[in-house]
Design a protein around this ligand. Structure first.
Ligand code: AMP
Ligand code: MG
Length: 278
């Protein structure tokens, strides 16, 4: 069993979620991790700003996971360190008739970030090889070619300067039960209750199989998956922040260089303005 986040950066059709733990290693202390997460969050914010002002790249972070895995919580955590001007969230629900009248990537492509921007996907095109596969909403001849479509599409985004990170929040079946029961017992969380969540739970193994295959087939160094042990929210937030920082850092130097050039051009323009008689 692996005890941290697992990066999947090259195709591996045998990848199995069951080999990844959902709990942190005992060596991690919650207080230490919380402190580290704040520091890493500030670093993430700095990188977000450099990306935004240099306008060279964009960031797409995709979140998938079983119901109650913590997609909303992880997204809220990232948003704490970002600015409304540059960061947005797109949530993908059961497709509308208009969406169904198009190819499965259409609704996602419309939501991708422009240069400088961050876009977080709460569910994504992976539903089209996830819930769609589990419930046979379309036959296998239709969903199976989607792995290749997804790989080509994500490469298109990467080739046009988008940094792509896909995060699978990995919880255990027992943890899901606890979270569902907790919702039932919490008078303030009644709005979150959904009989659908209990129904979907019966398909747990089918979802694990579908996601294992999607993660194993749809990844590359430029569009990796990271599987995050997510039974503990504090550990989840730490690993997500660490992963975002890790995918952004290789670009930092080029952003700083671009900002320097922008700064020099602005200074020169100002100097010329000062020399010109008004
Ligand atoms: P929630 O995230 O709780 O708001 O639920 C959204 C629901 O939409 C989930 O049950 C998803 O499985 C479902 N959903 C998202 N995308 C698709 C899709 N392409 N086809 C069918 N159902 C979908
Ligand atoms: Mg739900």
């Amino acid at each position: 069993m692996s005890k941290g986040a697992v990066w999947v950066t090259e195709p591996n059709p045998k990848f199995q979620l069951s080999k990844v733990d959902t709990l942190p290693d005992k060596k991690f202390s919650k207080d230490e991790i919380l402190e580290k997460t704040e520091k890493l969050g500030e670093r993430m914010e700095e990188l977000f700003d450099l990306m935004f002002f240099s306008g060279k790249n964009a960031l797409l972070v995709v979140f998938q996971g079983m119901d109650t895995a913590g997609k909303d919580g992880a997204i809220r955590h990232i948003l704490r360190f970002s600015h409304a001007q540059s960061c947005g969230v797109a949530s993908f629900k059961v497709p509308t008739p208009e969406e169904l009248a198009h190819d499965f990537l259409w609704r996602c492509h419309k939501q991708t970030p422009g240069t400088g921007e961050i876009k977080i996907f709460n569910r994504s095109h992976y539903e089209d090889v996830g819930v769609v596969r589990v419930h046979n909403f379309v036959p296998e001849e239709v969903w199976r070619p989607r792995y290749a479509h997804i790989n080509n599409w994500e490469q298109t985004l990467v080739d046009s300067g988008t940094i792509v990170l896909k995060v699978f929040l990995h919880i255990s079946k027992e943890e899901q039960e606890e979270r569902l029961v907790e919702r039932e017992n919490d008078p303030n969380a009644a709005w979150k209750l959904s009989v659908g969540d209990w129904k979907e739970r019966q398909f747990w193994e089918d979802y694990q199989t579908a996601y294992s295959e999607a993660i194993g087939r749809c990844n590359s160094k430029d569009a990796p998956w990271i599987v995050v042990p997510a039974d503990k929210k504090w550990f989840r937030n730490y690993l997500v922040t660490e992963a975002v920082v890790k995918v952004l850092e290789p670009f930092e130097q080029s952003w700083r260089e671009k900002l320097e050039k922008i700064g020099e051009a602005a200074k020169a323009e100002l100097a010329e303005y000062r020399l010109t008689p008004q």
